[in-house]
Design a binder for this molecule. Structure first.
Ligand SMILES: O=C(O)c1cc2cc(O)c(O)cc2[nH]1
Length: 470
């Protein structure tokens, strides 16, 4: 997570590193070409939530960032991912020790390693979920996860995917490269992309392994030695160990995770109006974030035994892809999360009607606006996703109003607002009419009454007079 050129003892001690990407003097962080700037960053000093009861125990509490932008379609996604697994990251290196020990045993040897583009993607996910080391002999604290079980879940993962997408664009020298997605909400117990031409079929010899006809059977995972990291206070490094394990629908001990989410589950979660709800955790109810993450039932009710949507897709894989510290080692992770991001994007469109204009660099995953390969929503079938779709299928980002039927909650809201408006308008018309009528009646009667009164009083007086004369 550090630019290679910055991991000198001096750079780490001063906390400042602003290299010139163009090689020109005074061009810090490539600012002349719009790649970034060198800026001071103040760490967020607000109190943590109740889920994390420590202060100053974990480097991630005050992570400072170097603010430079870090950065053929002929090859299929599998070849491309495989190339990323084998290509050393051109700019970034990973840190293998906590800050206390980052200068190494001699106090002057920064503890960083080269890492491949794909393994950097795995490492950064591991780093975000790892436990907080509390000292020798003490159990590491695992009660908080910096990228899951909270409001940042969807945005953290969007940034994570964008970083991989951009690294691959740079690797291919193809700025049009876009990550595809796997629509995992297809129900049933079959992983439709687990074939040898896509993400790898099941091995005929071992239910938990990938077929040797797939390039992914050659992949080895990093960050497997989680117990070592937790007891020694080290951080995952770039050492590759065992093959990927995957046994879709094979968790016999947990029948509830033997089936993929249903298409309706996605529609139900898109109906939730509130992005997140207190306590902004994995126990939140009626929260879109907690529902797409998969700790709530698809219509939003929190239930501790339920696993749905994103979580269910992870657990369905039943192996490397189902363990948070390891999951990105299985490349299905990328496609599972691009779909999760597509649902998040659709939720944003539905619940913030109006124009959404993404800055070029923040366009949703897989969607370089100039070179869209597939429409984002409604999802295409997985079979369509992995063939090059014609550009005419491109999706417009000029969203004025959702081009779809209204949802039930929208219909109810519109009906209630219309009924209230109708009552107010009818009430106002009736009130005006009655007031008008009563004015008219009063205007018409008052002179009449006055005259009558006068006439009667005069008559009375005349009558009285004549009577008295008589
Ligand atoms: O148990 C869960 O709900 C669960 C497992 C798992 C694995 C993973 O990589 C995730 O990102 C989330 C997740 N949830």
């Amino acid at each position: 997570q550090f630019p290679r050129v910055c991991v000198t003892a001096e750079g780490l001690r001063s906390g400042q590193c602003c290299p010139s990407l163009t090689g020109l003097a005074g061009d810090e962080c490539g600012s002349s070409i719009g790649r970034g700037q060198c800026v001071s960053i103040a760490a967020d000093t607000r109190r943590h939530g109740p889920q994390y009861p420590y202060a100053g125990r974990d480097d991630r509490e005050s992570e400072e960032e170097y603010h430079a932008d870090e950065h053929s379609r002929e090859a299929g996604i599998c070849e491309t991912l495989d190339q990323a697994k084998r290509t050393v990251h051109p700019d970034l290196v990973i840190c293998t020790r906590r800050y206390q020990e980052v200068f190494g045993p001699d106090g002057n040897t920064p503890q960083f390693e080269n890492v491949t583009i794909y393994n950097y993607f795995v490492w950064s996910h591991y780093y975000s979920v790892s436990k907080t080391y509390l000292g020798p002999g003490q159990t590491s604290f695992g009660g908080v996860d910096f990228s899951h079980e909270g409001p940042g879940f969807v945005t953290w993962h969007r940034f994570h995917l964008l970083q991989l997408e951009r690294d691959i664009q740079d690797m291919l020298r193809d700025p049009t490269f876009a990550l595809p997605y796997w629509n995992f909400a297809i129900g049933g117990s079959e992983c439709d992309i687990c074939t040898d031409d896509l993400l790898g079929a099941r091995s005929a010899f071992d239910r938990n392994s990938i077929s040797s006809n797939s390039v992914f059977s050659q992949w080895r995972v990093i960050c497997e030695r989680v117990d070592d990291y937790d007891t020694l206070g080290t951080i995952c490094n770039s050492t590759e160990t065992s093959p990927i394990r995957r046994n879709p629908a094979g968790n016999v001990a947990r029948p509830m995770v033997q089936k993929l989410p249903e298409p309706k589950d996605v529609l139900d979660c898109l109906e939730l109006n509130t992005f997140d709800t207190p306590p902004y955790y994995s126990t939140s109810s009626e929260s879109f974030r907690n529902t797409i993450e998969g700790y709530s039932a698809p219509h939003g009710t929190y239930d501790p035994v339920i696993r749905s949507l994103h979580n269910l897709a992870h657990l369905f894989l039943n192996g490397t892809g189902g363990q948070t510290h390891l999951s990105p080692n299985d490349p299905i992770f990328v496609l599972l999360h691009t779909f999760t991001d597509a649902v998040f994007d659709e939720w944003l469109r539905r619940h913030q009607p109006g124009q959404i204009v993404y800055p070029e660099e923040n366009a949703p995953i897989g969607h370089n606006r100039r070179f869209n390969m597939v429409p984002f929503w409604p999802p295409v079938t997985n079979a369509e996703m992995f063939v090059s779709a014609p550009e005419s299928l491109g999706y417009s980002y000029e969203v004025q109003w959702p081009n779809r039927p209204f949802t039930l909650s929208e219909i109810i809201t519109i009906a209630i607002v219309s009924a209230v408006l109708l009552v107010v308008v009818v009430g106002a018309v009736v009130a005006c009419a009655m007031r008008d009528r009563s004015y008219r009646t009063a205007d018409a009667l008052e002179p009449l009454l006055g005259e009558t009164y006068r006439r009667y009083s005069e008559d009375d007086r005349r009558l009285a007079k004549s009577q008295s004369v008589v």
